[in-house]
Design a protein around this ligand. Structure first.
Ligand SMILES: *[C@@H]1O[C@H](CO)[C@@H](O)[C@H](O)[C@H]1NC(C)=O
Ligand SMILES: *[C@@H]1O[C@H](CO)[C@@H](O)[C@H](O)[C@H]1NC(C)=O
Ligand SMILES: *[C@@H]1O[C@H](CO)[C@@H](O)[C@H](O)[C@H]1NC(C)=O
Ligand SMILES: *[C@@H]1O[C@H](CO)[C@@H](O)[C@H](O)[C@H]1NC(C)=O
Ligand SMILES: *[C@@H]1O[C@H](CO)[C@@H](O)[C@H](O)[C@H]1NC(C)=O
Length: 425
């Protein structure tokens, strides 16, 4: 991970005033990480798509590579014309961003937004950027004196929350997701959904109690595979969350993480691009190739590994080790089809197999507890289109009609309802 001057996780829970509605004044908390140097790290934003948008449109909202958006969400990039695929409203996505150190705190400042007619600071903050930023923060970042007058076509800096925490959580590699709490979330539910513990979440966010409020922003550590590329590599600090992929080396390589172990595994990407040599010196192995040889003392494993993108060339390293047992074939995180409907957890958790999702039970409390509904709800555990090769297509089709009411939309409806009630009071 990005090397930083050693510092202990210092977390300050900063209260920010967020105006989400003229009539509704909410004090939201956000986890702030102080920082002292110019290093940056990779981080993720938990983003809820505010209307039907193409993959490329979501990517351009954050000025990121559409491929990076897809791989971060374990969406199969080999689908024809996948960048123009239309994502459903209310889909939850992980947006990969670069987290910098600005004025002593971690934030992402690489996102710009060009205003359109009928935009207000509140609509940009609450809707277009799904609560990841407040109207006040946009106002401050752009020194806007009169927020009621927004010129159409004005380019605004959109400061977004992120944390690095040295790329570790309890000394293990981790990448941090900035997560906007929804009205129906509980901390226990969030912990279960992201396979972490309450105490870990509370430590990371310096919380004294498990109380959370809608529109608080939490830093959620996701276990990840860290790279150890040299500092001068263009992709220095690459870190890939468990269950997903990243494309690197000028689209020549894809590196995946999990599910079996948390060692970054890189191999040639299937994108049609011209690439420099990927062969390990003094061998006929290509990046990602592993040969095993059973010998008396154990298993002789030789692998050709990726070592970073330096001066537009792919660095390779050949490694040989004697292991007690031969490793099985490399397993890959399951890919999902580009989502066409919003379906509970599998929509945004790139990795879980259908069983693990059910076993985690992460969906249950949320959809059924606090929200009264006139529509019956199905368990709805089918993944969107299913991981490649699974036979869940018809199940997810069947679910798509009821699911829009089952999870995030419910949260949003509730939020709108609450806002509406507040507005008339
Ligand atoms: C930061 O992470 C590196 C490994 O990525 C580790 O060696 C170092 O101890 C960590 N520093 C702190 C202060 O946690
Ligand atoms: C090495 O990797 C390349 C590309 O991933 C693959 O086509 C080839 O079959 C592999 N060779 C061996 C010996 O595993
Ligand atoms: C392991 O295999 C490599 C290449 O196949 C060979 O050079 C090396 O001598 C072998 N090591 C052992 C301990 O067998
Ligand atoms: C990259 O190339 C430049 C000149 O083209 C050279 O000065 C530099 O040392 C190279 N860096 C590495 C790490 O090889
Ligand atoms: C990584 O994800 C897989 C499911 O995709 C899960 O089984 C495994 O426990 C995860 N590993 C860690 C360290 O969280």
């Amino acid at each position: 991970m990005v090397n930083q001057k050693p510092f202990h996780k210092t977390h300050i829970f900063l209260s920010l005033l967020v105006f989400t509605n003229v009539a509704l004044l909410v004090t939201s908390k956000s986890t702030i990480e102080p920082c002292a140097n110019s290093d940056s790290c990779n981080a993720l934003l938990g983003y809820t798509v505010y209307t039907e948008l193409k993959v490329s449109e979501v990517a351009s909202l954050f000025q990121i590579d559409p491929i990076a958006l897809l791989t971060a969400n374990a969406i199969d990039i080999s689908y024809p014309d996948v960048e123009n695929h239309i994502l459903p409203s209310q889909l939850f996505l992980k947006i990969p961003i670069v987290c910098s150190c600005v004025d002593g705190i971690r934030k992402s400042v690489s996102t710009h937004y060009k205003t359109r007619p009928s935009d207000t600071l509140a609509s940009i903050a609450d809707s277009i950027y799904s609560g990841l930023v407040s109207a006040d923060q946009i106002r401050e970042a752009n020194s806007i004196s009169d927020p009621s007058v927004l010129d159409v076509g004005q380019t605004l800096v959109v400061p977004l929350p992120c944390t690095c925490f040295n790329g570790t959580d309890n000394s293990l590699p981790a990448i941090y997701l900035s997560y906007v709490v929804t009205p129906v979330d509980t901390l226990a539910w969030i912990a279960a959904r992201y396979s972490t513990t309450l105490s870990d979440l509370m430590n990371v966010n310096a919380m004294g109690s498990t109380a959370i409020k809608a529109s608080d922003i939490l830093a959620i550590p996701l276990p990840a595979c860290a790279s150890n590329f040299p500092r001068y590599a263009a992709d220095y600090g690459l870190i890939v969350p468990n269950g997903s992929y990243a494309i690197t080396a000028s689209h020549c390589l894809q590196c995946s993480c999990g599910p079996g172990n948390l060692n970054l595994y890189c191999q040639p990407a299937s994108l049609a691009v011209s690439c420099s040599s990927m062969q390990c010196r003094n061998s006929n192995l290509m990046v990602g190739n592993v040969t095993v040889q059973q010998s008396g003392g154990g298993c002789n494993v030789t692998s050709c590994n990726y070592g970073g993108f330096v001066n537009s060339s792919i660095i390779t390293t050949l490694s040989t080790s004697l292991q007690p047992r031969c490793p099985g074939a490399q397993k890959f995180p399951p890919l999902i089809a580009p989502p066409t409907s919003v379906i509970r957890d599998t929509t945004f958790a790139p990795s879980p197999a259908p069983q693990s999702d059910g076993a985690g039970g992460t969906g249950a409390p949320k959809s059924s507890s606090s929200v009264p509904s006139t529509t019956s709800m199905l368990p709805g555990l089918a993944p969107i289109g299913g991981p490649a090769g699974s036979a869940s297509g018809s199940a997810s089709d069947a679910c798509s009609l009821i699911n829009p009411l089952a999870n995030f939309p419910t949260a949003v409806l509730l939020l709108l309802y609450v806002k509406f009630m507040m507005a008339i009071l």
